[in-house]
Design a binder for this molecule. Sequence first.
Ligand code: FAD
Ligand code: DLZ
Ligand code: SF4
Length: 511
Amino acid sequence: MLGDQLSTALASLRDVGRPDATVLMMEVWDEATYVRHHKKKIALIFSAMRHFAGELRDAGWRVDYVTLDDPDNTGSFTGEVVRAAERLDASAIRTVAGGEYRVRQDQETWEQRTGLPTDILEDDRFVCPLADFFTWANARSEHRMEYFYRDTRRRTGLLMTADAKPAGGKWNFDHDNRDTPPRGVNYPSPERFEPDTITRDVLALVGARFGKHFGDLEPFALPVTRAQALVGLKHFVATALPDFGRYQDAMIAGQDYLFHSSLSLCLNLGLLSPIEVCEAAVAAYERGDAPINAVEGFVRQIIGWREYIRGMYWWDMPQFATRNALKATRPLPEFYWTGETDMRCVAQSVDQTRREAYAHHIQRLMVLGNFALLAGIDPAQVSDWYLVVYFDAYEWAELPNVVGMSQFADGGMIASKPYVSSGAYIDRMSDYCGRCRYDVKKKTGPDACPFNALYWDFLARHERRFRPNARMRNMYGTWDRFGPERQAEYRASATAFLDTLEPAAKGWARG
Ligand code: FAD
Ligand code: DLZ
Ligand code: SF4
């Protein structure tokens, strides 16, 4: 059982006699360091794994749990499977397909490495089986999430009326979801959990062994058990869901979570299932406790975006990992690791990422991702950064979001146009700009918001690709109206800024 498969409903546990089977769980060095994950993320996974092993034992399973500091630990999944096969005198191996291509490749070798029949079962914790996703994807030349989402609504019956119509009369209420919170609004915060002895042991281990990795280990207050995850879900539905929709795109300094759920952590570890999370939200709608725009928006994130992203990952791997349609080669700037930049939006988002191993979707997409895309940063380096820093980052979820949605390195497989914006968007959706050393209203020059010149420079650099895109016609219309002199000023201002970027020191992401 892998570290993100912490569910008693896992396919490999089904139809197995408890006395006959041993559940193998392993903390391994290679998984913690193939990219040098955020300290909090490693602690989260180890603590959740140890708690889950205890719950399995309480439920009558025999569990063979290899800790990181076991002197015989070989440091890799395959090494540990080979060692366990002998130790346990095993006659067969059952495992659920890993969530990352790399791990899946490892699993394929286990039969040959151990000489034991090895069953690799589909991970059916997702709503859409991969075979169905591939049928959907192979049948069309464009793969927009919205149509996939509607099929998934029909498949699950979530927010569907008795006569098979979308609840509330529309499939999508996104137009109601663009507000910024007024002053004085009360922000909820996610439930926080005091570390118990198991977590404290893990914190000591991670502090000692991974001290040089990015991010703050403590304070640590994340959910590490299913019981805590359920408390977190209930708390989100009661306190944040009603306003989840309308403030979904907002960014406020000092408010790390706003009305977001932070449930990606529990969903991706297996502590909660996507359907139960959606059902809790739909129940709130049916009770009249949350409006349709909030609940539809939330359900769309989970049975729409999350399932679609996972499908696209497996559909396009292994090519996805090396895609670079815009031929972006600039190294990742050091400030992604240190937060030391005068751009307040970036500094705030990195600082929060360092403390919490969390930033919400718009910070990831329209601040940190937007900057990397505008600046032409190598998408593989951007992807490594995201994989390291977020508590919900497993490659199946991270890579399509970064390489595809955010960096357009897939050439438009996921997004119909690049997610780029000037400072004006960030100013409209956040309170970052007021206290920034740059002036968001200034377009060029050393005091101008860098996003402004970088935005036009990006459009100019990629004119051949994007001018024919109907959704970008207005942008190029504006660019044309600037005229050659103003255009040259924008481009010179962008170049001057890009020349100041310091590349990240080696070793932050990969040792
Ligand atoms: P909420 O705003 O409360 O949304 C509810 C749930 O919807 C999330 O918990 C998540 O499970 C799901 N969801 C929403 N959008 C997406 C999406 N685009 N892809 C997958 N699931 C989605 N999500 C990850 O789970 N892991 C990642 O490594 C990851 N990397 C990202 C990188 C970039 C550049 C971008 C733009 C997005 C990324 N996302 C990733 C998607 C999304 O930002 C996070 O799922 C979300 O911020 C998690 O916080 P939350 O639980 O508070 O989300
Ligand atoms: C991310 C991670 C880390 C840090 N450590 C472990 C580990 O020690 N043992 C484990 O089983 N899984 C770990 N993981 C998750 C894996 O890297 C990988 O994402 C999943 O196995 C994919 O299903
Ligand atoms: Fe970010 Fe520009 Fe606003 Fe500063 S002015 S916070 S750099 S968008």
